[in-house]
Design a protein. Sequence first.
Length: 232
Amino acid sequence: MEAPSTSSYKIILGSSSVARRKILSEMGYQFTVMTADIDEKSIRKETPEELVMALAEAKANAIISKLQTTSSHEKVVEPTILIAADTAEAITQGLPVDDYLKDAEPTLLITCDQVVVYEGVVREKPSSKEEARQFLKDYSGGHAATVGSVLVTNLKTGLKKGEWDRVEIYFNEIPDETIEKVVDEGITLYVAGGLIIEHPLILPFVKEVVGTTDSVMGLPKALTEKLIKEAL
């Protein structure tokens, strides 16, 4: 795929997720990092699809209000595409929205969220290593799904374009010692459902993925590109 030109705008990735950074780099974008701080547990919905869309919207609103209250000495000359996802670190860079809106070109704010669905139950990040261990044992020889959202808000026009994406993942039996090693690394505590299919220890036990790996990792490339175009 031809790398998109980023000369006329900047991109900010609003996620502490290493996987999302990696995917966005693979898409050919250069970017800086920024995050939203919201209480995700305070937002509940009937279905996982509604939940991830509501969380993406809440993150967008939180970042927009931060942009409006953050003072910046620099005048932002170029429009910015802002990609926001997981809520983890404090904002590393703040840019006032007013400066964006003076520009001739639009600014896009992109927010995401993801949950894992197992036997109809929504799973977010594990609360402990014990829970992460149980999650992985459940997936062993079974199947789970990821439901992720991408929301693009055009800050100049107010236009919002968002969609969710679902991927089904089927596993062979995962040996207990493999589960222990992965859980001990601590990385499972930072991902929805403790699910990391691209991990070198887990990958050999992934039987089938119905959907794209980049979607499972938190940022579906094709969907993100499509929504950026639609919002513009």
